[in-house]
Ligand binder design. Structure first.
Ligand SMILES: [Zn+2]
Length: 343
């Protein structure tokens, strides 16, 4: 992975390349920005650029030397990733890091520690980091990654070089998808629209063979529920919940929440379309163009305020799911709430 491969983050990439070019590498970076916009990939690409045996003139990694290949494979002893264990970045993980950092790099120029979800550091772990930053070994580089940087201690934030990552525009996500995947144009548009400007999320959807099928199942279920009695909300919630069950080889609970929120994106796109058609008329550009006729008729049944409220409830439900509310309950409530005839 090279910095030049990071899509739609020109400002962040430029800042990182220039800190290598000018030989002004900081001991600590804070990569902040929404989920799945490329922070972790950029951290690995930056680590490659720092240790590359044959870097390009602009400071980027070559992507082909032993160091680059080992970093890409996750087997480089000088570049380590710390991910939270059960939602906490623990003291033993921090102690291991401090011990490792007392040794010079094995083969590269720097020892790079990438701390994912740095907002899961507890106060004692944060103190360990502060201790390192007070007297960092010359070869140490810490990269803290967070989508909620304000939850970090101000003393940590002030010692990190801030690198901000942003959401990409729909056309940037589309361009990134076309570069990497060979997909029908309609699917490119739908995935980009559902990705909310997160290129990583768009790539996940594009590489999941079930994405297109799943969208049809979710939207099909939504259509059936809208045509049936209100109590169908319970069955529709159950269907989605079962679809999101983690597979046997992936028992990670976060996968379930991620899959559920991705399904909610389809429903969100559906209601965003209804709102667009209601406000801007039947010619408004919509995401689910393959359902245009049905959506146009459906928009007639809704009051515009109800559609605005529906979009808000879907976003609220997404927050509930991320905050660990029982999925069945959250989804049932949502479905009862979204019908044109509900109060
Ligand atoms: Zn290289």
């Amino acid at each position: 992975m090279r910095l030049s491969d990071i899509e739609a983050q020109e400002t962040a990439v430029r800042a990182l390349k220039s800190s290598i070019q000018r030989s002004s590498v900081a001991h600590a970076y804070l990569f902040s920005g929404p989920k799945s916009v490329g922070k972790t990939s950029a951290a690995l690409a930056f680590a490659s650029a720092l240790n590359c045996a044959d870097p390009a003139p602009d400071g980027d990694a070559c992507g082909m030397c032993f160091s680059c290949i080992r970093i890409e494979a996750g087997t480089d002893a000088d570049v380590r990733m710390i991910s939270p264990e059960k939602d906490q970045t623990t003291i033993p993980q921090m102690r291991d890091m401090i011990r490792d950092l007392s040794f010079a790099p094995l083969s590269g120029r720097y020892r790079v520690y990438i701390i994912e979800q740095a907002d899961t550091l507890n106060p004692s772990s944060e103190n360990c980091i502060l201790k390192i930053l007070e007297e960092p070994p010359p070869y140490a580089v810490l990269i803290l990654i967070s989508n909620n940087p304000n939850s970090l201690l101000p003393t940590i934030r002030s010692r990190c070089l801030a690198v901000r990552f942003r959401r990409a525009g729909a056309s940037e996500v589309e361009a990134a998808l076309r570069k990497r995947f060979d997909l029908p144009e309609e699917e490119v548009r739908v995935i980009a629209a559902c990705s909310q400007g997160a290129v990583g999320r768009a790539f996940r959807m594009a590489s999941a063979p079930e994405f297109a099928g799943e969208r049809q199942v979710v939207l099909g279920a939504v259509k059936e529920w809208l045509e049936g009695p209100p109590v169908l909300a319970i069955r529709t919630a159950e269907l989605l919940r079962k679809m999101a069950e983690p597979k046997k080889d992936d028992p990670d609970e976060r996968t379930r929440i991620r899959r559920l929120t991705e399904m909610l994106e389809h429903i969100l796109s559906w209601y965003a379309d209804l709102l667009a058609l209601k406000v801007r008329g039947s010619e408004a550009p919509i995401i689910n163009a393959d359902y245009a006729e049905y959506l146009n008729a459906l928009a007639e049944r809704y009051h515009v305020d109800k559609l605005r409220a529906a979009v808000r409830s879907i976003m609220q439900t997404r927050r509930y799911l991320e905050g660990n509310i029982t999925p069945q309950l959250a989804l049932e409530n949502l479905f009862f709430d979204l019908r044109a005839d509900s109060q």
